[in-house]
Design a protein around this ligand. Sequence first.
Ligand code: FAD
Length: 462
Amino acid sequence: KTGRIVIIGGVAAGMSAASRAKRFDPGAEVVVFERGEYISYGACGLPYVIGGDVTADSAEGDDFERLVARTPEQMRGRGIGVRTNHEVTGLDAKAGTVTVLNRAAGRTSTEPFDRLLIATGVSAVRPDWAQTQSAQTPLGGVHVLRDIPDGQAIEASLQGANGKPPKRACIVGGGYIGLEMAEALHARGLSVILLEKGLEVAGRMLDKQLQRRVRAELEAKGIEVRCGTAVEGLTGTGHVTGVQTSGGLVRADLVIVAVGVKPNTALAKAAGARLGKTGAVAVNLRQETSAAGIYAAGDNTESLHRVTRRKVHIPLGLTANRMGRVAGVNMAGGDATFPGIVGTAIFKVFDLGVARTGLTQAEAEALGLKAVSVDVDSTDHAGYYNDSRPIHVRLTAEVGSGRLLGTQLVSPRHISVKRVDVVAALLHRRSTVQHLFDTDLAYAPPFSGVWDVLLVAADKLN
Ligand code: FAD
């Protein structure tokens, strides 16, 4: 008998687990505690709501609520006990209980569990300089972006909640969320400056050649990009007026802090569950932590990288959903395993689609692998086809064995970089460059050249 399954966190990992557990064992009692108001939504869509690409169905609707896949009522209809505005504040693994604060009522209760899932996600890093005025009176116009309330707060700032609508936005951090927000705020008519401490934007995702293309695209669209610039503080009383940097003062009346995330591990620690070297919760392939009966899934959890066979912390949406499913089945008495990841990611920056999977040359070298990369500049469709657009592919393999290590792609046609999936699939099977070259890829002039650019790159690398 499964008993009582308790899930902490009601978004991608938590709700996937709840649905799966209930489907696997309809007799199980499944309860989800979510400290926020919303469950089951796509945080990935937040920059697009702010930028205006996602809008409500009706004039009265809330644009942000378009991201909600399922409401608590819908989940309750499926027999899942969803309690929003309920924060788990304590955990007693021995007793098999969690302490839950009902935030609306201000009441605390103790809830028993037979199996527990910790799916608490990550928090945005707020460096010391972003610890604005004081916790009670934060400096207006300074935001992070993790969840719907963060998005709504940015929207309120854009509407002029602090007096007048902002004109100059400063994005701190050139990772994918910083880049997506630069584009979104530009679309809202603000002048945007992006500050990055490292040498280039997208520094942790791409090799230098491709980082430069991302920066060129931002600059071509009018975003001012300053790399090698560290932020030291904020100026303003009541409302932000500027950002103090190693390169001087940058005027800004809206600041987005996008400098990274840290896994929410307090409850896992309280359970006595081991954390990995990455700082995220360590689990086995069944999503079990080192504490008996306690599982972890999603952004707070490490995963196995199938190319390096190492544990990594790469918090992304599909990974969270997939881990949640695996945990859900296992908590309900089944036997599922998480297959691991290969480091696939995709995003867009204005008119540039960007994708990567596996390892970059720099990542491979940092791991001590002997790697070689080729670059191919070609077209995404048959060269003679009127609508063909440029595409750049960088393909990386291990010297000697010919094992594929990864690829990076950029193209002004966003969808063209979805080719990354071909290489991702092959990386899951530890394939070689020859395997890629031998693959029967689809061809017709409006889709690719007869030798797709991936095959051209494989041929060049072989
Ligand atoms: P979360 O979605 O963070 O959910 C965790 C939940 O746990 C939260 O709702 C939190 O309130 C709750 N919680 C935490 N502690 C407690 C507690 N003590 N008690 C009760 N509840 C608690 N991924 C992609 O793959 N592609 C993208 O394009 C992409 N874009 C993104 C853009 C943005 C702006 C952001 C913020 C994320 C993006 N992601 C993207 C990442 C993706 O959203 C996450 O990987 C996914 O949401 C992780 O799901 P999760 O369930 O693990 O964690």
